[in-house]
Design a protein around this ligand. Sequence first.
Ligand code: HEC
Ligand code: HEC
Ligand code: HEC
Ligand code: HEC
Length: 280
Amino acid sequence: MRSIVAVMGMLIVLAVLPLSAMAKGVAGIANTMHNMSKTTSSPYNASDEDEICIFCHTPHGGSLDGPLWNREMDDTASSNPLAANIAAPGYFTHYDSSTLGATAGDTARAVSTESLLCLSCHDGTIAVNRVINLSNRTPQLDATEPTERIRMNDQWVTIKEIGFPDPLAPGAWIGSSRDRLFNMIYNVGGDLSDDHPISFSYDAAYLDDPSGLDTTVNAAGKNVRFFGATNRVECSSCHDPHVDYGKYGTNAGDPAYTVYTPFLITPNTGSALCKACHVK
Ligand code: HEC
Ligand code: HEC
Ligand code: HEC
Ligand code: HEC
């Protein structure tokens, strides 16, 4: 009897916990595009910073926006001409369509912090090397500018500038529409209109369309993850920023790793990632 009560208690706990399971691939950020240190063979790297985590995390004094997070959402005080406050209400335009349910179709919703973490680089407005807390081994030269020590190809660059003048640079499409980039309009961010919808409750979207989507529990069981009490869909529902997808280093080219390209939370072979949520 007691064990049945315990099991039921566990089920209740499971039912109210957000379904934010950990990454499913093997972690190995050193072998990915997210290794921006000078020690990588990735083309996008710092000229003189050898730490990897520092571009996103800091042990002390970080922002409370993410796990010991080393980046700001508001960079308008800087002298970077592209800089924006990506957390400002209404800054982002969401994807919209006539067939979306009411939840994902509410385009006035805010972009959640979990996704802003990614967009603080991938929107293309805030410089990739702009961090809050620099390495103690490489003391800060100026509080408002990136230092000599964390630079990419010796420049202070945003992801859009990494891509310039090639609009095909993949990271530049997230938060800056493909359309704009092809029309050579680089100095605008905030555009998610051609990106998969994010920052809404999957529970509520499922209720909008129970035959087109799988249940939250089933979807999570197929390795996608959800965030917060209402099980929101965010960038990291589909991505894991640390997963080794066999791009560089020891596992380069190994199909056991490359199926996670690019930073996928679970392989999309046969569209398995899409079908984790969509009944199609
Ligand atoms: C490009 C940005 C980026 C880099 C570089 C990065 N992380 Fe993360 N990390 C994130 C994000 C974003 C999260 C939030 C959870 C998520 O989205 O997966 C996170 C979460 C975490 C967490 C807490 C949750 C978890 O997955 O365990 C730990 C611990 C962590 N990172 C450690 C590290 C370490 C150690 C390094 C360097 C070896 C590193 N990260 C490099 C972006 C990064
Ligand atoms: C500190 C800056 C930074 C943050 C934060 C960051 N990225 Fe990236 N990311 C990069 C850079 C630089 C590249 C390589 C350049 C490019 O693709 O344009 C990249 C590339 C990627 C790629 C393409 C990889 C490839 O091999 O083509 C994906 C997917 C990606 N990031 C997803 C994410 C997601 C999801 C998050 C949040 C969980 C995130 N990134 C956070 C800097 C960042
Ligand atoms: C519903 C799942 C899903 C969500 C949510 C999602 N992505 Fe992706 N993303 C993918 C898949 C799948 C790919 C690989 C596409 C391919 O290989 O054709 C991808 C590719 C990318 C790439 C590589 C460039 C490209 O266009 O192929 C980047 C960068 C990226 N995602 C960043 C992000 C960021 C930042 C967010 C949040 C704003 C996000 N993603 C949200 C599924 C998702
Ligand atoms: C984590 C769950 C999840 C994953 C994974 C996922 N989606 Fe979605 N997707 C949704 C939800 C929820 C909606 C909103 C559905 C609604 O309200 O009609 C949506 C919306 C869409 C839409 C817009 C539908 C419309 O009516 O305009 C398309 C197209 C789409 N997804 C395709 C994909 C593809 C392709 C993949 C794989 C690369 C994918 N999705 C992966 C959850 C997911």
